[in-house]
Design a protein around this ligand. Structure first.
Ligand SMILES: CC(C)(COP(=O)(O)OP(=O)(O)OC[C@H]1O[C@@H](n2cnc3c(N)ncnc32)[C@H](O)[C@@H]1OP(=O)(O)O)[C@@H](O)C(=O)NCCC(=O)NCCS
Length: 174
């Protein structure tokens, strides 16, 4: 877990589903509940950022790949009234250090081509890879329906230096 001056990034608890939805506002409770279900199925880990006891952001992450594992960072959201204070950057830093601890060689994400968050990712060392593509996902609505969202997006990747001590690495190989 990362403890910045007063920001704590930690796993979300099931009892916090409604609180996260209330904080983020743009996301329904059904959407956050679906994230929780996907976590139970092993598709993601849902984290929250807590500032002075209040939940102010969330992110999901998951390690993919076998011999060259990479960390997928997605569903990053900060409460509207808390934006532009560095919270999003701190959440991303936390995911990067989690990736390093889990021996991932990179962190990647998908972002809408017109999302200003691209600047934030670039500032933190993420670089575009490949052509734009249509990212499709389901938005879960509070009335029990779901809406298929299709967003023109790009993938951005941040390469990580190996966290392993060279001596440890050669020992493992021998
Ligand atoms: C993207 C987001 C998580 C950033 O959180 P934050 O706490 O404001 O981030 P920081 O304060 O560390 O950095 C602010 C940066 O966000 C980006 N930003 C500014 N307005 C934005 C907006 N309306 N939407 C998305 N990103 C924005 C900018 O890059 C800004 O830095 P810059 O102006 O110096 O380039 C937040 O704006 C958000 O929740 N947006 C809506 C959901 C979203 O777009 N998530 C990303 C999906 S890939």
């Amino acid at each position: 877990m990362t403890t910045l001056p007063t920001l704590l990034v930690r796993p979300m608890r099931e009892a916090e589903i409604a609180i996260v939805a209330d904080s983020i506002k743009e996301m329904s409770q059904a959407q956050i509940a679906n994230r929780w279900r996907e976590q139970l199925l092993g598709y993601r880990e849902v984290l929250v950022a807590e500032l002075d006891g209040a939940i102010v952001g969330t992110v999901s992450m998951g390690v993919v790949g076998g011999s060259e594992p990479t960390m997928h960072l997605f569903a990053l959201e900060v409460a509207p009234e808390q934006r532009n204070r560095g919270i999003g950057s701190s959440i991303i830093d936390h995911v990067i250090s989690e990736a390093q601890q889990r021996d991932c060689r990179s962190v990647y994400l998908e972002v809408r081509v017109d999302n200003p968050a691209r600047r934030l990712y670039h500032r933190l060392g993420f670089r575009r890879v490949g052509p734009s593509f249509v990212n499709a996902w389901y938005q879960f609505n509070q009335d029990g329906t779901r809406t298929r969202i299709e967003e023109p997006s790009i993938r951005m990747v941040k390469r990580l230096a190996s966290n392993k001590h060279p001596a440890t690495r050669s020992k493992t190989k021998s």
